[in-house]
Design a protein around this ligand. Structure first.
Ligand SMILES: Nc1nc2c(ncn2[C@@H]2O[C@H](COP(=O)(O)OP(=O)(O)O)[C@@H](O)[C@H]2O)c(=O)[nH]1
Ligand SMILES: [Mg+2]
Length: 323
């Protein structure tokens, strides 16, 4: 393969320094590093091996999805405060928060979230102009935040379109938000959005139509043949205005995480995360999107990354050198 950039040796000391500052919790350093990852700069390629040389860390990765305006960001602010109260250090990655009806309110969201939890890290990822595609960029940012020691890492995403559905694959627990008064639309909601749900949340439970919405969603949440030992999807009513239901939701997330650990689901999502990270690195190294033909080799490289044997960039370099 030609066109593979050098291994970033020239920027190694700088990258190690930025990584050290990010790991020590300096928000500016984390933000800087994520910008490099999004842009897909040469430095981004040096940051990943530098971070992966440090001790691995584990984190809960929670997806919060639902249509624009349904109350995701308000809910995430509450969740962040709840986790911070449990001495966790949460991070939020909001994907494309500016394009839908919320138009440009991300700044307000970030202020609300960090007011409630000053140690939290909150960042948006634009939908456009992301190196390698949205899902790979989100994956590498999530993996980076996990390695920096944030826990949980919450991905807020508008639940429409292919990229959001693939983003939900990298979450260990997907919280699907539905607002009251959308009874008819619940049936019409995108199948992918409903299928990927591990926990349903009826947002805005302070509104009168919330009880009906809870009943409607309960009626369809666990339809069909369910294998023994499978997860029964709960329906939580939450008001981000009064705070009702937030503690219960966080408890349901913990229950789902316990189930995910036992059932192998955590393993599957960490493999999906590793695969997207490798995809991101291969794109940067070759400036092309790996095709379907690359499936097997990508899988081998991803398994090494998921098992913690190597980092996504080193795995991708080896993969490209061998092809
Ligand atoms: N009554 C009520 N309004 C809410 C609640 N949560 C959010 N909202 C309002 O719903 C609108 C959209 O909320 P936002 O969190 O930005 O939705 P997102 O687009 O899904 O992130 C805002 O005007 C919020 O104030 C809630 O629990 N109760
Ligand atoms: Mg939002």
């Amino acid at each position: 393969v030609t066109g593979v950039p050098d291994d970033g040796q020239g920027t190694a000391p700088e990258s190690a320094d930025l990584v050290a500052r990010a790991v020590s919790g300096q928000a500016a350093a984390v933000a800087r590093a994520l910008t490099e990852l999004e842009l897909g700069s040469a430095r981004a390629l040096a940051l990943i091996p530098a971070l992966w040389r440090l001790a691995p860390r584990a984190a809960r990765i929670i997806g919060v999805t639902g249509a624009a305006g349904v109350g995701k960001s308000t809910l995430v602010s509450r969740m962040v405060a709840e986790y911070a109260g449990l001495s966790a250090r949460p991070a939020v990655l909001a994907i494309d928060p500016s394009s839908e009806t919320s138009g440009g309110s991300f700044l307000g969201d970030r202020i609300r979230m960090t007011e409630l939890a000053p140690a939290a890290f909150v960042r948006s990822l634009p939908n456009r102009a992301v190196a390698g595609g949205l899902a790979p960029a989100a994956a590498i940012c999530v993996a980076f935040l996990v390695r920096c020691g944030f826990d949980p890492v919450i991905i807020e995403t508008v639940g429409v379109g292919q990229s959001e559905i693939s983003v939900s694959r990298i979450a260990q627990t997907t919280v699907t938000c539905l607002a009251p008064g959308l009874g008819d639309r619940i049936q019409a909601a995108k199948a992918g959005l409903m299928e990927s749900a591990d926990i349903f949340v009826i947002t805005k439970s302070d509104l009168p139509a919330a009880d009906t919405a809870v009943k409607q969603v309960l009626a369809m949440a666990n339809l069909g043949q369910r294998a023994p030992g499978s997860w029964r999807r709960p329906v939580c009513a939450v008001s981000a205005v009064t705070g009702d239901g937030v503690t219960d939701l966080v408890a349901k997330v913990s229950e789902h995480q316990d189930w995910a650990r036992r059932s192998g689901r955590l393993e599957t999502s960490s493999q999906a995360l590793a695969a997207e990270c490798v995809r991101w690195a291969v794109h940067l190294l070759t400036r092309s999107v790996p095709g379907n033909g690359a499936g097997d080799t990508l899988r081998i490289a991803s398994a090494d990354v998921a098992a913690g044997r190597t980092d996504p960039v080193t795995a991708s370099r080896r993969l490209l050198a061998a092809s």
